[in-house]
Design a binder for this molecule. Structure first.
Ligand SMILES: [Zn+2]
Length: 428
């Protein structure tokens, strides 16, 4: 579709979506009224800027106030057939609801993204993403729509995954970039050469910026003798919102399902092609819970120009960073501030803490350094596992925990530097 036709299509669906949200979602009706704007005021895609934005925190508070699906949800619960559940690393886990049609649409364009990356019905596809709760789990059904033979592997131990890859010879897999790297090297140690001993010729990666970092991408491609395709998804929207086509010149958004804005970090005004700004997404077909101007926190750049593959959908040219201090550890979002309540509420600890992030064998390792109080005379090992358990509950991953004596960690007089990120090339 030519871009002007595409934009007409988007405007038509946007208007329908705004009316649906205004009529059926108490949250949006209130927030539009507070902003003094009604769906009829939106007659142009650029009028989107009149509407208020939402953030992850709005979703969480909304679901806390009206559990389980919140006032943002615009259909009765009996129309909801699926929810994905976020890791909860930034607080309470949040649900992302889909109607039956929303889910069909989701799988339909997942299939299209896979097809654009070259997947065909004669492929064997090994889905090695987290299958539990995670919105990337069901994407495997998109591959089944293409007619590929699908293996729902999920995140199983690497020895088992390698055995499956050797036995069933899948041609395509999807994982995080750091795990693809780790798996290739682990295999090497076991005397397996993944480039020759497996049939993998395409690797889809998502969940970390690595897939768009040339050095990382090249290394994975060499290890596996395969093409790496970068994908981008969001727990509150879709498992994949964008993916690379065979030209590998940026990630095409599914723009018939969402409108992409990239806004200047200072002024909030839209930036031009190849300029950096925060990505804000609006879904235009998802009925269960419309996402209207969702601030992703991802700093990105884009291109609109028609791709050499012939597709006109806007391309995400790379993620350059975050607007907050969110860490991405093994593909899971970790907000450092969520560590604080755990450390501060434990009377056996001094309350000082530091997060240290390292990359060991291409996998991210998060260490939380804490201090016991000078009065604490109990078992340090016990204290360590207690804090580790509490942190796992809020972060969704298990960090390493090191307990020091009171007074060991640096005290900062101004804004405490609580994060030490030793990784290189985290962002493009
Ligand atoms: Zn393309």
């Amino acid at each position: 579709m030519k871009r002007d036709e595409l934009e007409k299509f988007q405007l038509k669906h946007l208007k329908q979506m705004l009316n649906h949200a205004y009529k059926n979602s108490e949250y949006y009706r209130n927030s539009f009224r507070e902003a003094g704007v009604a769906p009829d005021d939106i007659n142009n895609l650029s009028d989107l800027s009149l509407l208020p934005t939402i953030q992850k925190d709005n979703i969480r508070k909304d679901q806390e106030m009206k559990p389980p699906l919140g006032k943002m949800t615009a259909v009765p619960e009996d129309e909801v057939v699926y929810i994905s559940v976020s890791s909860g690393s930034t607080g309470m886990p949040t649900a992302s609801p889909f109607t039956s049609q929303d889910f069909e649409d989701f799988m339909d364009f997942e299939a299209r993204l896979f097809y654009s990356s070259g997947m065909r019905k004669n492929d064997r596809y090994c889905h090695a993403l987290n299958m539990s709760l995670f919105v990337g789990g069901p994407c495997v059904l998109g591959a089944q729509k293409i007619g590929a033979l699908c293996i729902h592997a999920g995140t199983i131990p690497s020895e088992r995954l390698l055995r499956i890859m050797m036995q069933f010879q899948p041609t395509i897999t999807w994982t995080t970039p750091s795990y693809a790297w780790y798996l290739g090297e682990t295999a090497e140690k076991q005397g397996i050469d993944v480039a020759h001993d497996t049939a993998i010729n395409k690797i889809f990666v998502a969940g970390e910026p690595g897939g768009s970092i040339d050095a990382t991408k090249r290394r994975i491609e060499q290890l596996w003798d395969a093409d790496v395709y970068d994908y981008y998804g969001l727990s509150d929207i879709f498992g994949a919102c964008a993916g690379e086509c065979e030209e590998k010149s940026g990630l095409h958004f599914a723009e018939d399902h969402m409108i992409v804005e990239v806004l200047d970090l200072k002024t909030g005004e839209p930036v031009g092609e190849n300029e950096e700004g925060e990505m804000v997404l609006t879904t235009i077909k998802k009925m269960a819970r419309p996402m209207i101007r969702f601030r992703t926190g991802d700093i990105v750049s884009y291109e609109n120009e028609k791709c050499a593959c012939g597709r006109t959908h806007k391309r995400l040219m790379g993620i350059c960073g975050r607007t907050d201090d969110m860490l991405i550890i093994k593909g899971v979002n970790v907000l450092p501030s969520s560590v604080e309540p755990v450390v501060r509420n434990n009377k056996k600890l001094s309350g000082e803490y530091r997060l240290v992030v390292d990359r060991v064998n291409h996998l991210d390792v998060l260490t939380i350094e804490i201090e016991s109080t000078s009065d604490y005379k109990g078992d340090l090992k016990l204290l360590q596992s207690e804090v580790q358990r509490d942190l796992r509950a809020v972060l969704g991953i298990t960090p390493k925990v090191i307990v020091y004596e009171d007074g060991t960690l640096p005290r900062e007089t101004h804004k405490a530097k609580r994060i030490k990120d030793n990784r290189k090339n985290v962002w493009k």
